[in-house]
Structures are given as C-alpha cells and as structure tokens.
Write a protein that binds this ligand. Structure first.
Ligand SMILES: C[S@@+](CC[C@H](N)C(=O)[O-])C[C@H]1O[C@@H](n2cnc3c(N)ncnc32)[C@H](O)[C@@H]1O
Length: 237
C-alpha cells in the first residue's frame, strides 16, 4: 500500500508492473502472522524480508515490535524503504550467497520474490541459494518462504512441475515443513499469486500451518467478497 502521492510517483518507475500499481492489495501479512506464527512472539526480533515490494510485511511485523530490514534490487523500491526508515540491503537475490549483509537474523521472510527458475537445470546452485537463506538466520530462528511462480514460457508444464518438485525436495532435506496451498482462493487470502498447479509455503522453525478462528471468519468474508459481491456489483452496473 502506497501512502501518499510522493510514494506513488516514486514507484511509477519500479521494474515490476505489480509494484508500480498503487492499488496493489495489502492482503496477506496479517493472515500469515496469524496462522503460521501462533506461538512465536516477534517482539524485539531482527527480521529480513527478501524483495519487500510495498513493505507490507515489514510494516506489519514492525507494528508487532520487530526490527524489519530488506534486501532489494530495484532503486525506487530501495528508496521507498529508506523513506519509511527501514534498513535496506541493496543487491540482486540471484547473487544472495555473495551479498554483503551483516549479522544474523531471527527470521527471514520471502513472498514471491525469489524464483527457483533462476537456477533451472542446476540443482546444486538452487541448493546453494536456499542454504544461503538459511545461513542468514540464527540457529533458533525461523524462515517463511513462497517462491515466485514466474518461469520461462518455453518450459513445458511437466518441466515446471518437475523443477518445483526438486525445489520442494531440497527444502525438505534441509528440514523445512512444506504446506502445499490447496486452492488459489487460499493463496490470494495470504496475498500469494497462484499460477502453478503446485505452489507451497516452506517454513523452518515455525509450527505447521493451522487455521485460527480469526482466519476462518476472515476467509469466509474474503470468499464472499471475492465471489458474491463481485458478481453482485456486476449485476448492478
Ligand atoms: C512480486 S514482488 C513481491 C513483493 C512482496 N514480497 C509481496 O509479497 O508483496 C517482488 C519484489 O522483489 C523484488 N525483486 C525481484 N527480483 C529481485 C532480485 N533478483 N533481487 C532483489 N529483489 C528482487 C522486486 O523489486 C519486488 O520488490
């Protein structure tokens, strides 16, 4: 969510069209914290987000007492973070193992900003990338990761699924819990863009996914809003 005309103007030159959009949905961070961080108090934690976009997760976790920082490649997005008083480490995530980022974090969050297809066909490099994310976190820390669904249109759906399965196996071998998102409505409830038939949340150091009463109510409201009211509005247009 962009807060004023200066921020809207700043992000007009962002690399990604979704990030240029001032109406970009804020959905996700609150719901994620509610359902994945049940017993985890983030107050006082140092948390790193990879690719923060409009800094929704950084803002939400800062409101809960954490100190949020980010890694970002795109100058306008870096500038947005600095204006909002976040520490931003400039850098290209494809080079994560060699980026300069000082100190270890209590938690690392990445929603749709890293992409296993950057390393398509090279399992060793993909593993090195995932290990680099784990190494940014303290031994008792946590990671919450959803990869970007974007991949080359030249890949067949079988190739895409096979590579996503290789990615999932690497996460599992490193001790992550995998939660395969059952439906695109659930994905959008958590602010996740769903284009593959196989999309998963990988977590380490967090309890397995479970629905809170708050989420069930919000999800019902979300579904009503997405389907019912949208169609109703069309009828009355
Ligand atoms: C799809 S947006 C996701 C934003 C946010 N995580 C969210 O869920 O709304 C991707 C973000 O990652 C950044 N990004 C994309 N590729 C990157 C790269 N190779 N290195 C660093 N940042 C990158 C983009 O500029 C953008 O801020």
């Amino acid at each position: 969510m962009l807060k004023n005309s200066e921020e809207i103007e700043l992000l007009l030159s962002a690399r990604e069209p979704g990030i240029r959009d001032p109406q970009r949905s804020e959905q996700g961070p609150k719901e994620i914290l509610c359902d994945f961080f049940k017993d985890r108090d983030v107050n006082g934690q140092r948390v790193l987000e990879l690719g923060p976009g409009h800094y929704e997760f950084c803002e939400t976790i800062r409101q809960r007492g954490a100190k949020a920082e980010a890694v970002e490649l795109d100058p306008p997005v870096i500038e947005l973070g600095l204006r909002r008083k976040f520490r931003v480490w400039p850098g290209n995530l494809t080079q994560l193992p060699s980026l300069t980022i000082y100190g270890k974090f209590d938690g690392l969050f990445c929603k749709g900003s890293n992409n296993p297809f950057w390393f398509y066909g090279n399992e060793k490099t993909l593993r090195t990338y995932i290990v680099a994310m784990v190494n940014l976190v303290k031994p008792n820390g946590w990671l919450w990761i959803v990869s970007s669904p974007d991949c080359s249109p030249t890949l067949t759906s079988t190739q895409v699924i096979q590579w996503l399965e290789i990615e999932a196996r690497i996460y599992r071998e490193l001790g992550f819990t995998e939660w395969v998102i059952p439906h695109k409505v659930i994905a959008s409830y958590y602010g996740i863009c769903f284009t593959h038939s196989r999309l998963a949340v990988f977590t380490l150091g967090l309890p397995p996914h479970s629905w809170s009463a708050y989420s069930i109510m919000r999800l019902i409201w979300f579904c009503l809003n997405s389907f019912f009211f949208r169609h109703l509005r069309k009828l009355f247009k």
